[in-house]
Design a binder for this molecule. Structure first.
Ligand SMILES: [Zn+2]
Length: 611
């Protein structure tokens, strides 16, 4: 059980009313009383006003005879409401800076259709409106959405919680030289009218509602896979994602049929704050994975794996977020292993294990963060974005790996196939998962449960003792190079022949404290500051700041101005603010770069910089 807190409504439409509004699982929606089964959108996309406007029609079923339906909405103007085609009065409750405000519309037991006419504000957090200069090709504007976790309510009035699933359709009108795409069956070509129709016939939670509009082209990659990107990026993207079809085939061979028809990836402009977003049918991806050497495609494996863990079996609340992400990282690793082999997959896992340890160590010494090292979170009254840490992803994955290690891969795989198939298009809580695990797997052998000790993993802080340490033969070679360098300080002796991105990351993360001159020698030999691989640049610039190597400041500034992916921004800014001088530089760069960042990234950085 989770606490329910209450908010008073300040009635706007027909005077004040003192009704208490419930918030449960980050929604005002009274979803236990009224079920939304389908949403039909009819929206016009206006780049000048940075606004979506039109209607959302919600098919509902009044399960308990409730006298009203309560929807979430934020940063939009509500222009009218209808119930079954008849105009209805509506009330807007008190605004909360995280949750937005409840939109209350009276209904009867027989009510079937709610129509809301609305217009989004330019600062709707889910929507990022890019000027042509902010795109790769710099010719046309671009719009994309990011609804997870609770931002769908900033572009669609609905009940915004992962426990609620509905099908949808949409008619989207865009300027006629642009293409519209959604998390649904998509067009592959522009049409003259600029009007596009979409249908998503599988029920999805609100955080998977997605839209993108831009000058993009499509290229087919296989039986049911393809890529969308700006014309200047399409060939590079298609080359980078060459393995996409075999990823889909491998994933199906592992854990059962792919449920969504096509699997396509849309390569977004650089301001996208995440690596990828698993919008059904159409993954949204950062262009920073187009490294030119196919070394960062594990991100596609990750987003693809979400087609099962997350999109098919969904965390019921954001406290259960690890069920989405832990499973997905585990599944991603299995796809990578199947395609690229055990050694490569173990190298990636070993690298993540190191990162997880670092995250845990730093969270455990901060009393505020310490409770968030539990897999099962308590995000009530907080922004669910607080739960997006290595814990859900990596501690979650290592928990599942520890189960595999105890029960054996054969039993574990059979369990996962059954788990996905029996829980398809349903939600899952941590408690129900443990119950399901117990009944369908652990009960087969009385020793297993004690060996796994799930309570330690899920409700305990830090890392349990049985968390695996990963040995990677590839990374051992890098360790040897680091040891040698620590003794000799001889840059010339570092032999990086055959290094992948991941060897580099491990090297940079393990080098000893260096002087600015030593950093300069390293940079001179390997040209690191001028590299084109964002993963490597991110680690390199952290090292530069840490070791006081200011010669790289200009390149670092350029990097922070050209990417919006939060995973790269946060650690560099964090490193900068460790000194007074660095903090000054951080604020200066942020002020220059923030117009190119997404609201999600801006919020994180402002909190960190204290501005
Ligand atoms: Zn994920």
């Amino acid at each position: 059980m989770k606490p329910v807190y209450t908010i008073l409504i300040a009635g706007l439409m027909f005077g004040a009313c003192n009704k208490e509004m419930k918030v449960k699982n980050h929604t005002y929606g009274n979803y236990e009383d009224v079920r939304i089964s389908h949403i039909a959108l009819d929206l016009n996309v206006d780049f000048e006003k940075k606004s979506l406007s039109g209607t959302a029609v919600l098919n509902i079923e009044n399960l308990t005879g409730a006298s009203e339906i309560v929807l979430d909405h934020k940063n939009m103007d509500i222009e009218g409401a209808e119930v079954d085609g008849k105009e209805a009065t509506f009330t807007i409750g008190k605004y909360d800076s995280t949750l937005g405000a409840p939109l209350i519309i009276p209904i009867t037991k027989e009510s079937k259709k709610i129509t809301v006419k609305y217009r989004t504000h330019a600062d709707a957090e889910a929507l990022q409106w890019l000027s042509p200069e902010q795109t790769h090709d710099k010719k046309q504007p671009f719009l994309f959405s990011q609804s997870q976790a609770i931002l769908a309510r900033t572009w669609i009035p609905l009940m915004d919680a992962p426990a609620i699933r509905f099908t949808y359709e949409a008619t989207i009108k865009v300027p006629n030289h642009l293409l519209a795409l959604m998390s649904a069956a998509n067009p592959t070509e522009k049409n003259k009218e600029g009007i596009y129709h979409f249908k998503q016939e599988k029920p999805i939670p609100s955080y998977l509602m997605a839209i993108a509009v831009g000058d993009v082209e499509f290229k087919n990659l296989g039986r049911n896979t393809g890529v969308y990107a700006e014309p200047g990026m399409i060939e590079k993207s298609a080359w980078e994602f060459e393995s996409m079809q075999s990823m889909v085939d491998s994933a199906e061979a592992l854990y059962g049929p792919y449920a969504w028809g096509r699997y396509d990836v849309l390569v977004l402009p650089p301001s996208f704050p995440f690596g990828g977003m698993e919008n059904p049918v159409l993954t949204f991806a950062t262009p920073t994975i187009i490294a030119g050497d196919r070394s960062l495609v594990s991100l596609v494996a990750h987003e693809l794996a979400h087609s099962w863990s997350g999109n098919l079996v969904t965390n019921e609340t954001w406290n259960d977020f690890w069920l989405n992400e832990g499973f997905t990282v585990y599944f991603e690793q299995r796809i990578m292993e199947k395609i690229y082999g055990h050694d490569y997959a173990e190298m990636l896992t070993a690298l993540s294990r190191g990162e997880l340890q670092r995250t845990i160590d730093s969270m455990m010494i901060d009393p505020e963060q310490k409770p968030d090292t539990k897999l099962f979170l308590n995000l009530d009254g907080r922004n669910p974005d607080d739960g997006v840490t290595d814990i859900a992803y990596e501690k979650g994955r290592f928990f599942l790996r520890s189960i595999e290690n105890v029960v054996g891969r054969k039993n574990w795989d059979a369990f996962i196939i059954q788990y996905f198939s029996e829980n398809s298009f349903k939600t899952m809580t941590t408690e129900r998962f443990i119950d399901y695990l117990q009944k369908n797997l652990l009960n087969k052998n009385t020793e297993w449960a004690a060996k796994i000790n799930y309570k330690d993993w899920i409700y305990g802080e830090g890392l349990p003792e049985n968390c695996e340490k990963i040995e990677s033969t590839e990374l051992k070679k890098v360790s040897a190079a680091v040891t040698n360098y620590s003794k000799t300080r001889d840059v010339a002796a570092i032999d990086t022949a055959g290094y992948t991105t991941h060897h580099w990351l491990f090297l940079l993360r393990n080098l000893p404290k260096m002087s600015a001159q030593e950093m300069k020698n390293l940079d001179a030999k390997f040209g690191l500051s001028k590299g084109g691989n964002s993963e490597i640049l991110c680690d390199w610039f952290q090292l530069c700041v840490r070791n006081g190597y200011n010669d790289a400041n200009n390149e670092m500034r350029t990097f922070l101005n050209s990417v919006g992916r939060r995973k790269f921004l946060t650690p560099i800014y964090r490193e900068l603010i460790a000194t007074t001088e660095g903090k000054k530089l951080a604020i200066d760069i942020f002020n220059q770069a923030q117009s190119g960042y997404h609201a999600v990234a801006v919020k994180t950085l402002k909190d960190m910089l204290g501005i």
